[in-house]
Write a protein of this length. Structure first.
Length: 55
């Protein structure tokens, strides 16, 4: 992610490498707060949208 190792990303996000690995593998679902922090430390912004499905 953004050219960072899991360890580097974990340090920037104030979490563990294991937590990053779990998110990347799909073994844990990140909260909105975690996604916001991820966006922040990687120079991105989080955008959550609800799109109406065709009936």
């Amino acid at each position: 992610m953004a050219g960072l190792t899991q360890k580097e990303l974990a340090r920037l996000m104030c979490t563990t490498q294991l937590a990053i690995a779990r998110m990347e593998s799909g073994r844990s679902l990140p909260t909105i707060a975690t996604l916001e922090k991820l966006a922040e430390v990687t120079g991105n912004r989080l955008e959550v949208r609800l799109i109406k499905c065709p009936s």
